[in-house]
Design a protein around this ligand. Sequence first.
Ligand code: CTP
Ligand code: MG
Length: 829
Amino acid sequence: MIDIPELSLVALVGISGSGKSTFARTHFKSTQVLSSDFFRGLIADDENDLSASADAFDTLHYIAGKRLAAGRLTVVDATNLQQHGRAELVRVAREHDVLPVAIVLDVPEPLAWERTQARPDRDFGRPVLTRMSRDLRRSIGSLAREGFRKVHVLRGVEAIAAAEIRYEKLFNDRRDLTGPFDIIGDVHGCRAELEILLERLGYALVRDPDRRPIDAVHPDGRTAIFVGDLVDRGPDSPGVLRLVMGMVEAGHAMCVSGNHEQKLARKLNGRNVQLTHGLPETLAQLDLETPAFTESVKTFIEGLISHYVLDEGRLVVAHAGLKEAYHGRASGRVRSFALYGETTGETDEYGLPVRYPWARDYRGSAAVVYGHVPTPKPEWINNTICLDTACVFGGSLTALRWPSRELVAVPAAQEYYAPVRPLITNTRPDVGLDITDVTGRRHLDYGYGKALIPAENSAAALEVMSRFALDPATLVWLPPTMAPCSTSTLDGYLEHPATAFDDLRSAGVPRVVCEEKHMGSRAVVRVSRSGEGDAVWTRTGRPFFGPELDEPLLARVRAACTGLFDELSTDWLLIDSELLPWSAKAAGLIRDRYAGVGAAGRAALPAALGVVDQVAARGLDVTALRDRLALRSAEIDGYSAAYRSYVKPTDGLDGITLAPFAVLAGAGVSYADRDHGWHLALADRLVETDPSLFTPTRRMIVDLDDPASEAAATEWWLELTATGGEGMVVKPWSGLKATDAKGRLIQPGVKCRGREYLRIIYGPEYTRPEQLDRLRRRNLGRKRNMALREHGMGLAALDRLAEGAPLWRLHELVFAILATESEPVDPRL
Ligand code: CTP
Ligand code: MG
């Protein structure tokens, strides 16, 4: 029986003809086996071309590395008779923190020679084989020394034929245990607090005849997991050990080693260690125990492993935490990381090592629960949490319940030990963003769907983000683009309520709200009681006007929201709105693009008409030309009227208003699941509070199974758009999370723009039949996909914001929305 770890790098070792390839074929999947012959063939079209060996091995090592990084067993089928060649394999294995294993096939040289002669693909002479045999003899003894953690030597044909492979799990692989667990932070000899904590968690203490706790049992079969550092500094390290050792032995607890246990074990083994950091206290306490107890402590500690992967890979427990690449791996540096953390090599002003902030960069899906660094309050950082709440320094002893993630803490009865340095009070270190999280071609699974972001879109978003946008910490959400309703076939209309209603009806929506579409500029507002972090931004995340206007604007919104803060018990709100008038933000655009066209038309057409009239007066028949010019003149007047109705004078904040239409989020909550009645009621309240700042949104509720209700809304829309209104947005009444019958997210709204308004978009003459026919062939598919995707990402951002997700998790979504916006789609849609 050959035992090998489930994840390892297996080197087959043997002379030519010893049966390595045959062995590999028998025991492993063909994809698990990397053979030097095959790689020589890949490089040189000839498996025997020895001049290709160096490149072949380079390639082989590269692919072995990729497989090991992905956690896949890899077998190297080569003679592996040279020490320098094997050293490369050990290096690759170590680089990926997996154990290198050697399986030696040792057959008599004459047999191998006999086999070799029978092979058409081997044409070397006997001396070569003899040299190989000599190398093999020399190799066998040195494999273990070279770093192979297991060396299996199969001597003779029978042993090779009889061999069977048995896979071993690593000790740290406890994915089979699903809990529930109570993970307990650094105890450091605080036995009394530990007892109280266990009882509070529902464990019943079991005591020995001297009333000393030796076990704790939970009626629901929960398992305690200790993150290590049971000992040192505190008043009763032996008492803590007695209890934890008893729990572990009884199967009621698991324990990973802390650095303090390691140091204690070294001391107990007679090694020379510095008597600092509370070790002398532990030794003095142990002196009062029996030698047998101390011996059992030593055995216990030596049996502790440095990290566990639990609950189907969802949970990792290690004393000092563990970066993702090390989860479930085994090597010296994995163990060292788990025990001591990674240090930057520097020391701080107290002479203590400066730790590398691995949690800040953590992107793994497994929650990592650890201790080691005393902090006043445990906080989740990128799916990691430190439970060392400095009990021995007078803080508290904390447990994390798993999978509920509930924290339970017991305060320390006193300060048992004075800390060398003050506790790190900023437990929320700069959770910096990593540019590689957002650049390049990216696959994003945002829960409501999946998206592929092409590298060029990411690049475009990066440009906007880095040059123009607000601080990512502020920019927690961006509005999605909105698709128009399906194109209407009604005479004279490109967009019409009938198709808007059809769209939502066919998505299974029973009731919609038609909201007046304000023609202004999208403005997202974040306001808080304190004013800290408040901002108003555009749909591309830019500050709206600049501080001189944004700040007074925010101050007024903030003042108007005071009541809402109380009512919704939140310190801040995120509001989606339209800022009016359009000209406040778009004056330049209106002047350059629209006013010029209008002015030219209004100057040229009447003049032309005048000339035609003179010609007609001379008796020539120019009726057709006159009619055409008259129509164009009317069209250009309509066009001018359309954009002019959105131009209004403003002076500073005077004349500027906000039309709020959704309250998206507050502290710890997303309001995406509220219906539009709720959102609009809040909007109305703001209008009531400050009518000069807020503009109301006119609306109409429509039951899609009631033709009368639909007709009334159509009438309303006709009136609205005939008097200069842009149009309406039709939204599922149930709110932003509306889904279809299959549970898929649907469009949060479709816009239905007025006939006159669309002149600004499609040109003054677009209502002519031939133009309308052309425009009716416009393709909405892409715009719709984009709108839906951005909407889903926005919802995901609100969810993550509510659950307090790390900034990078929010930013990747906001960034993706921005990247999606750079997708080339018809801007007129
Ligand atoms: N063979 C055999 N009986 C075995 C094992 C191998 O007869 N128990 C034969 C194979 O069929 C093959 C030859 O011996 O023709 C060499 O076996 P192979 O597995 O290819 O040996 P390797 O060690 O892989 O040789 P090399 O180093 O040359 O690749
Ligand atoms: Mg072979």
